[in-house]
Design a protein around this ligand. Sequence first.
Ligand code: SF4
Length: 465
Amino acid sequence: METTTLPRPPRVGLVSLGCPKALVDSERIITKLRADGYQMSPDYAGADVVLVNTCGFLDSAKEESLEAIGEAIAENGRVVVTGCMGNEADVIRKRFPDVLAVTGPQQYEEVVSAVHEAAPPAASPYLDLVPEAGLKLTPRHYSYLKISEGCNHRCSFCIIPSIRGDLVSRRPDAILREAEKLVEAGTKELLVISQDTSAYGVDIRHHPRMWKGEEVRAHMTDLSRELGKLGAWVRLHYVYPYPHVDQVIPLMAEGLVLPYLDIPFQHASPKVLRSMKRPANEAKVLERLKNWRSIVPDMAVRSSFVVGFPGENEEDFQYLLTWLEEAQLDRVGAFKFEPVSGAAANALPDPVPEEVKQERYDRVMELSARISAEKLAAKVGKTIEVLIDRVDEVPPPEDGADRGHFDAPHPQHHHGVGATGRSKADAPEIDGEVHLRDAGHLSPGDIVSVKVEDSDEHDLFGVPA
Ligand code: SF4
């Protein structure tokens, strides 16, 4: 009998650093490479070439990216670099002269051709290996959906506009088609991302496109409504509180969009916000939050804040603490200001000493942990919907005692099968989780009702209802 040996497809290793947006870029690159007949290698040893998708947002992220490149060179030797740090090709080449190619963010064609050059594709491409909706790095049941690139703002601490350029919005029908494919392929949650979701469509004057026989404007409200009709959870990230955001709140009340807003406020003091050149910094945010919650009482708001921005004095910081106390945000992330090379803020007077930054950081984290704990405690006894992320077999406790109930607040204290998921108030990676016991019948991607039995500062604990 005659047998044909197909050539071994070349293998690509991938190291993806940085934010969810970079992850989406990696997904696109991999999808294209898979279409060209490449396979992915889970380790350095098995890879014909290693692709490092870097992050260049903060100096610490750049250092992390350089370390990752160094490790890939040491472990494999054949390395292609892409992503935000690709804009600093000189720095990379000086430190690692052996790097095969350096390409910048969103240069998909360039990355793919650099990989083709480093490890030529096999003669017969395995086109059918690519799933309908592209290859995803995130678990199958949730997907990031990028609606635009770049940003029209010029926040003084940020260099993203100089790396990624001004806002370029995708067509609404293209986004909706991608989202529909993702849902058909098993996605239960769509995470809308961009640099500024509320500005979506401004660059293309909200130009409408036809979708399922109707015109849909390139506008956050229209897009959110149509996404909501696809039947998956829709979670909005990076929303600035422009007045038109008010129009999205009724969609939450209707159940089309999750009652969740990720608004990167960064500060509350008007003086600091002006100096940061933040968008929508005049908005009467506390009043608006109150209105939004009167329409959607269970709305969760997450935000991030920078402490120790140049010129921030104790009075500004106190303003932030009082504001936080009143705003009662559900999730708060804080960062100590770090100068990013190329950012305008570096030239601002009155830098804040490191120990003061640290002390302010600790105070913000302490306050937000208390608020978060109180808000989570209020959910105990309620029944909530939870999207299951993973199911874990939990070993019996070492002393053999089955405590049977949450006398110690963690499911690890129960043997049997536990599961971990997230409520509508929790985005993956950045927010809290819901830990379940007695969850042997569940699978990742299931959405189940859960009776909440306990809580701590970040997480909830419960049992399928
Ligand atoms: S809104 Fe500000 S922080 Fe966000 S990407 Fe644009 S310039 Fe940077």
